[in-house]
Design a protein around this ligand. Structure first.
Ligand code: 5AD
Ligand code: SF4
Length: 436
């Protein structure tokens, strides 16, 4: 029998990227192979994000686009997975009767049986938070070769309850995967060609599946032969313990790039966001991290226009950014999420949010560019990932996560080399093999 085709569209964070891979693998066991073309698919699965309003609305407009396909081929099954599924499961089925299946992020291991149910004409909805670990119940990953970098989810959920955020509601309480399972999966990835693993979690540095916390897990992973690089994302400042700070100085395989969101620079706003730390505490933490690893590049997330943010509060965010100097960052206009405490507070006008976002992004872009330009003349270590756009060119990432283009022969994906940076463009660096 010809394999059935599965089209998965992934929105949102890297954890969804990882989940989509695992869902594709689970459905592989049910005779599905993935396709890049929705029009060829027997099943379309949208793996959704609920973090901001726009993200959720995108799902409904995407579903609208499949109406014609579904009318022409009633056999086509349409599923919604991810955080919108978790938050609005029944509502989705009501609003879009063409949806056959709704599955929340903790129930992906039940996807094959749900698929069987919808094949026979039923509807399936599962947004439970089951006791069992979905990753244990998902089929083992196939042994196929894969690229040099991979995501590996080690922790899910969040207990922090920042006042703007839906994650504690959609992904539930913090859960860590046991270290031995993570290590087994990591060894398997390495056997299949992976050289760099990014450990994922909504609040990854709260990881407690190893006695030594996330630092313990990182040190254990560093013992895996053939694994060259370790990264982790995303972290909360209050879970940055001493051992993890130290690991940045002592573990060679841990890359000198850290995503450590602060969201805002005003203590009043941080308090209202329920971040549980001040701007000063965040800055002191950065100092300690830089003492452990002086060349550390920092990345962050920022929200502008949080309820009751004044111009002076916003200025405090700009001041904090000036003090830190970020290598990269993500910034967002505050988006009201029903059911979260901040949604009930007096809102900042949209035009004000737009203006602040522009000013914030101008500053962050300037910093990003100046740190990137400062790489010119220096040597970096590049892990090559794929051919570049130009013939004979390869692209990889430096330890600081800069994209680096090199024109060279004899390098294949997965190779690492010391590269001397010669120029810096808008989004990437160019270099040559270092003479050293
Ligand atoms: N509005 C805007 N941005 C948000 N984020 C989370 N919730 C919201 C919201 N309601 C941002 C935060 C978080 C990132 C993943 O998304 O900056 O760190
Ligand atoms: Fe959301 Fe992150 Fe805050 Fe948790 S720590 S509530 S995931 S922003």
């Amino acid at each position: 029998m010809a394999p059935k085709k599965l089209y998965i569209k992934t929105y949102g964070c890297q954890m969804n990227v990882y989940d989509s891979e695992r869902m594709a693998e689970a459905m592989g066991g049910e005779g599905y192979e993935t396709t890049e073309r929705p029009e060829d698919a027997d099943m379309i699965l949208l793996n959704t994000c609920h973090i901001r309003e726009k993200a959720a609305e995108k799902v409904y407009s995407e579903l609208g686009r499949y109406k014609g396909l579904k009318a022409a081929r009633p056999d086509l099954k349409i599923g919604v997975a991810g955080c919108v599924a978790q938050a609005e499961g029944e509502e989705i089925m009501r609003r879009q009767p063409m949806v056959d299946l709704v599955v929340g992020p903790q129930s992906y291991h039940r996807l094959p049986e749900m698929e069987a149910k919808v094949r026979t004409g039923g509807k399936a909805l599962d947004t439970d938070f089951p006791e069992e670990d979905k990753f244990d119940h998902l089929k083992g990953r196939p042994k196929a070769k894969r690229g040099p970098t991979a995501f590996l989810t080690v922790q899910e959920g969040c207990d922090k309850f920042c006042a703007f955020c839906v994650v504690p509601y959609t992904r539930g309480a913090e859960v860590s995967r046991p270290a031995d399972r993570v290590l087994t999966e990591a060894r398997d990835l390495v056997e299949r060609g992976v050289r760099e693993i990014t450990l994922l979690g909504q609040n990854v540095n709260a990881y407690h599946g190893h006695d030594g916390g996330l630092a313990g897990l990182i040190h254990a992973l560093a013992e895996v032969d053939g694994l060259e690089r370790i990264r982790f994302t995303t972290s909360h400042p209050n879970d940055m313990d001493e051992a993890l700070i130290e690991a940045h100085g002592t573990c060679d395989k841990l890359m000198p790039y850290l995503h450590l969101p602060v969201q805002a620079g005003s203590d009043k706003i941080l308090k209202r966001m329920n971040r549980q730390h001040t701007a000063e505490q965040y800055l002191r933490l950065i100092e300690r991290l830089r003492a452990a690893r002086p060349d550390l590049h920092l990345s962050g997330d920022f929200i502008v226009g949080f309820p009751e943010e004044t111009e002076a509060d916003f200025q405090a965010t700009l001041d904090l950014i000036e003090a830190v100097e970020y290598g990269s960052a993500f910034s967002f206009k505050y988006s009201e999420r029903p059911g979260t405490p901040a949604a009930e507070r007096p809102q900042v006008p949209e035009a004000e949010k737009d203006d602040r976002l522009q000013r914030l992004q101008a500053l962050l872009t300037k910093q990003q560019r100046s740190l990137q330009d400062a790489m010119v003349g220096r040597d970096v270590h590049v892990l090559f990932e794929k051919p570049g756009r130009l013939p004979g060119q390869m692209v990889g990432k430096s330890e600081y996560l800069h994209a680096v283009h090199v024109e060279t022969s004899g390098i294949v994906p997965g190779d690492m080399a010391r590269i001397r940076i010669e120029s810096s463009g808008p989004n990437s660096l160019k270099g040559v093999m270092s003479p050293l």
